[in-house]
Design a protein. Structure first.
Length: 462
């Protein structure tokens, strides 16, 4: 009997197990499907956050103005977490808050709102912890008489502090007027955005500091150059009077020393002019007087100005001018200065007997300056156009200069709507610089004939 009862109980359990098995299987399938759906949702959320982060990086990187970066950030963050309103607060050195921007906002004025938000525990907590914080509404108190309530109807708040170099410099306050609390996913999105925004803001601040430092340096150079110009002019004036006998006959043997001093005073004047012009370029105040002229004339004049130095150096200069006029529209003085710089560099940076050739061509109008000088390393091909950058070669004995010639020349070419580039160069073999300009919109009826092209020791020159 005991055996029969055991067999009956076992049979009952088996029957119940058979009846429960489909339910267990269905429950397992349902749980598996729910887990798969949750994984898909999490992946979609992650993809959305990553996509938003990438888009934000590209959007913020488009500007290096700190104010513009913060303004763009406010709009993008408000959209990313579906906030109804966003307020950007700047934090001063004493911890005070001031409103720097608002998105889709109405109500109290910026000055008043900054003071009111400074009292909010949620905002003070976010600044203290330097982490995103979410919470409920804001208690900003009743509005002043005749004014609209500041940020009225706020039900949920998220605060994102932005810390740069260990200090919170800005705070984003995001609010919702609907009963839809900010979630953990929103907090993660804010944390991601905060990391991206901190880097972008830091880069913008570094750029702004560099610009301010550059402006300060340029202003100092401009003032120094102005102060030097007057005594340099007086010095050259007295040297001229000493040389021409206005102050009486010079003692025997003074002619050569006076000639050297006068030449050095001329170099000093050139350096001062370079400093003043560079400062004017930095401030965007360089006057431009465009006119139509034959580029061949400008090249001939530049070679004429270099003739004396070329002769002293025993240089060989060749020229290859187009048969027909090559008309350009630019400031002729600026183009003359560019050509002077290119020719003088070719004469200066030659280890042996200098050789250079100037070629003029059209379509588009351009001048090529070739030399057999020391050349330029590929790593320095663009740096030579930077302000104050110089190629110091011990074999040349460190020639004098400021490192402004090519910097000024490229900027002047840009003002003329043209370009100046190092087309190719090989160390020890020479370089080729090309100045490209624009042709005039209309061709004038009369064009002057090209000036004669002098050259120092034009052996085999054309």
């Amino acid at each position: 009997m005991a055996t029969g009862r055991a067999w009956g109980a076992t049979t009952g359990i088996a029957r119940r197990s058979r009846r429960c098995a489909p339910a267990v299987i269905l429950r397992d399938i349902s749980e598996r499907r729910a887990a798969e759906a949750e994984v898909r949702r999490l992946n979609e959320d992650l993809n959305q956050r990553l996509s938003a982060g990438v888009d934000l990086v590209a959007h913020l990187a488009a500007s290096l103005d700190p104010s513009e970066v913060l303004a763009r950030l406010l709009v993008r963050v408000s959209a990313a977490v579906k906030a109804d309103e966003g307020v950007l607060l700047r934090v001063d050195d004493r911890g005070g808050l001031s409103v720097a921007g608002r998105h889709a906002a109405e109500g109290a004025g910026n000055d008043q709102l900054g003071v009111l938000l400074h009292r909010q525990p949620l905002i003070r907590r976010a600044i203290s912890e330097r982490m995103p914080v979410v919470g409920g509404g804001l208690d900003l108190g009743p509005p002043a008489e005749g004014e609209q309530a500041p940020m009225s109807g706020v039900l949920h708040t998220a605060v994102l502090p932005l810390a740069v170099d260990g200090r919170v410099s800005a705070v984003l306050v995001l609010t919702r007027h609907r009963d839809d609390p900010f979630t953990a996913g929103d907090t993660e999105m804010l944390l991601l955005i905060g990391n991206v925004a901190t880097v972008a803001l830091r880069n913008a601040q570094l750029f702004d500091e560099a610009q301010q430092a550059s402006i300060t340096k340029s202003e100092f150079l401009r003032m120094a150059a102005h102060e030097l110009r007057t005594p340099a002019g007086v010095l050259r004036g007295y040297l001229s009077m000493l040389r021409d006998g206005t102050l009486g006959s010079s003692p025997p043997g003074w002619e050569r020393p006076l000639e050297v001093v006068d030449a050095k005073a001329g170099e000093l004047t050139g350096l001062i002019d370079d400093l003043l012009l560079a400062a004017s370029m930095e401030g965007g105040t360089v006057p431009v007087r465009p006119e139509v002229f034959d580029l061949r004339e400008a090249v001939g004049a530049a070679l004429g100005r270099a003739e004396g130095r070329a002769t002293l150096l025993g240089a060989r200069i060749e020229s290859d001018l187009a048969a027909d006029p090559v008309l350009v529209e630019a400031d002729s003085e600026h183009i003359g200065r560019i050509l002077d710089n290119l020719v003088n560099n070719a004469l200066t940076y030659s280890a042996g007997e200098p050789w250079l050739r100037l070629s003029v061509a059209e379509a588009p109008p351009r001048v090529a300056v070739d030399d057999h000088g020391v050349g330029v390393d590929p790593e320095q091909a663009e740096r030579i156009f930077e302000r104050f950058y110089r190629v110091n070669d011990p074999a040349l004995g460190y020639p004098p200069g400021t490192g402004l010639g090519l910097y000024i020349s490229r900027d002047l070419a840009g003002l003329a709507g043209g370009t100046l580039a190092l087309e190719h160069s090989r160390p020890g073999e020479g370089s080729r610089f090309v100045l490209t300009l624009r042709a005039p919109a209309r061709t004038p009826v009369e064009v002057a004939r090209p000036a004669p092209v002098p050259a120092g020791r034009r052996r085999g020159g054309r």
